[in-house]
Design a protein around this ligand. Structure first.
Ligand SMILES: [Zn+2]
Length: 139
């Protein structure tokens, strides 16, 4: 996806606010086929856990509707990894299979290092994980 530095900073700031637990949310993109991020919507990790995240289905539906009411589409689900590198876990892969075509953006918070942000597409049928570039634009 393409994302402004300001929006990417919002995602990283969310992760840093609760560095002991995985945080999560959605990234809306313009409905232009270019995957240009237009907004960051925070969600609640119902597990409040450093090991896993899950968004309540009703909250996920409400956020998804909010994005579509603004004429945008869901581009990515983001979450943080507190202890492990920013690479999809088996749990993430299983969850992703319900969300074809959505990028998985993960913020890795390894101790003492700068947060590392990576994005992936996860194939619904084969569960193959493909890293995709994050094009960061200034501003
Ligand atoms: Zn994960």
């Amino acid at each position: 996806m393409k994302i402004s530095q300001a929006l990417l900073d919002e995602v990283v700031a969310h992760a840093l606010e609760d560095p002991g637990n995985e945080v999560c949310g959605l990234i809306a993109v313009a409905d232009d086929g270019q995957r240009t991020a237009t907004g960051v919507l925070r969600a609640t990790n119902i597990h409040a856990s450093p090991m896993k995240f899950e968004i309540d289905p009703m909250e996920l539906l409400a956020l998804h509707n909010q994005i579509e009411e603004q004429g945008q589409v869901l581009g990515a689900i983001y979450h943080s990894h507190v202890r492990s590198p920013p690479y999809p876990s088996q749990t993430d892969v299983n969850f992703a299979r319900s969300w074809p075509g959505i990028e998985w953006l993960i913020v890795g918070l390894a101790a003492g290092e700068e947060p590392e942000t990576r994005s992936y597409l996860i194939d619904v049928d084969s569960a193959a994980i493909e890293e995709v570039p994050i094009g960061v634009k200034p501003g």
